[in-house]
Design a protein. Sequence first.
Length: 81
Amino acid sequence: MLLGLIALLYVFSVPWYRSADAPLQLWFGLPDWVAVALLCYLGAGLLNAWAWWITDVVDPPPSGSAQTATSASVDVGKELA
């Protein structure tokens, strides 16, 4: 659902709905179509951040056991000494 909203915001950020002879209006000191695009990009970014925040990402277990990793580091230390 969040991906659909993000896609809609990107589609709405392109001023395809605006006629070429529409009068220029300023919002926050920017042309209205630029302000709409920036607000859409901001909304898409916030929705992306929210999607990552609510998603559980489980790291895969390390390959090999902890004993193997410890013995490998000890072996390297012996070679350097």
